[in-house]
Ligand binder design. Sequence first.
Ligand code: FAD
Length: 474
Amino acid sequence: MADVEKKETVIIGAGPGGYVAAIRASELGQKVTLIEKSDKLGGVCLNVGCVPSKALIAAGHRFREANDAVTYGITTQPATIDFKKTQEWKQKKVVDRMTNGVKMLLNKHKVDIIQGEAVLDSDTQLRVMPVGPQQFMSTNTGTTIQFDNLILATGSHPIEIPGFKFEGRVVDSTGGLNLPEIPKEFVVIGGGYVGTELAGAYANLGAHVTIIEGLDSILNGFSKDMVSVVLKQLKKKGVDVHTSAKAISSSQDDSSVTVTYEEDGKQTTIKADYCMVTVGRRPNTDDLGLEYTKVKLNDHGIVETDEQGRTDSPHIFAVGDIASGPALAHKAFFQGKVAAGAIAGKHTANDYVGVPAVCFSDPELAVVGLTQAQAKDQGIEVATAKFPFAGNARAVSLDQADGFVRLIYTKDDQTILGGEVVGPGASDLVAELSLAVNGRMNVEDISLTIHPHPTLSEPVQEAADVALGFPTHI
Ligand code: FAD
């Protein structure tokens, strides 16, 4: 007979949703237990997602810059790369450092960490099954836990498509991040955020990359003129992009994989070193025992919740990729804090209007709030104002002057409803636009805020000047 333990607040999953919820719940005075089945803390984001992908992208930029340095009178080329060392740096100096940091923070907040796989028995009870090598504080595995409050933060996993089983040289994003060598030929199926980011990274590292995308554009959902800036750069790197193309099948031997795809009714094969499939992710809600609870799922396996993340079982919350809203780490962070606050009786709520979305392509794309089309669909009369990086001294001196900032604002009182940035530093610039959207600021608020010169932030102010009809640098 298994032991039964009573716990106050239990969290399943130590990714961005779960570990941040754990810290906030502890800060709000709760006794917190965090259950994680992996031997690593930090979830997808820190281990095989946001963080290692940005490390690989950074390495790719450095390599390309070294080879391109001759443009600035610097001779380093041809630069060489020891990819094993790149991978070691990514793992030890970036990923391990960040995941150890999470462990330290959880310890500091006295969060009790249990390693094991949690499965629910009812709305108030779960079991923790032992899994894998036990790395941290795992004396409680094999126990039954009764909880007062539960936060589900179990994340998501990559989708497999017919003809492309993840094995050998057909890899998911995790395999794509951990390739043992830089492929000479690399096929990427799915030109969404992840596919486009890693396609760009490997192209910078010297691979010849082919993207096969089923829709009529890569980075679907971003405005077409933003995507065309990225396409221009991909083309410059020699990346072949096939849109409205269907991946049909793959076959492999010890040294290569052959990918067949169909475009305009014609089938083509490519022989490559690796094929990465990044066509989306599915929430991890299948094997959690939710059928023994009142928790409801929608047709996509996403947990249905109210604006605080509360499920139909009033003491069970869901955050992160298994909950509504974009599947992004910063959304998971926020939902984790909201759920922890709700458990503590605070009037917290999720609001997705001002959640920025970023693709770390080359150049980066970042959006927040409404696009012009979305505003129109909602019957809101909007105007837009755009300022190009070509008019910005910093972007020109960085030799990265492609792209623009666009503000989307109401016609009547010029309230900023959305912002779009494609260009250098877009991932950082969008934070100002998020503040503007969340704070219901108008274009004058931005125009009257002095931005430092010469910086990449100035195009935001200049776009506001364009909106007011007094542009300076165009
Ligand atoms: P996860 O990070 O998936 O963590 C869930 C955790 O729960 C895992 O550790 C898992 O082991 C554990 N778990 C699952 N089931 C159980 C169980 N039954 N018992 C115990 N433990 C369990 N987002 C961004 O915002 N910016 C980016 O730049 C970005 N880049 C990305 C790049 C890649 C290649 C990928 C794949 C994703 C990227 N994302 C990015 C998305 C981001 O990683 C996710 O949105 C985020 O990790 C979701 O957090 P989460 O807490 O919901 O779940």
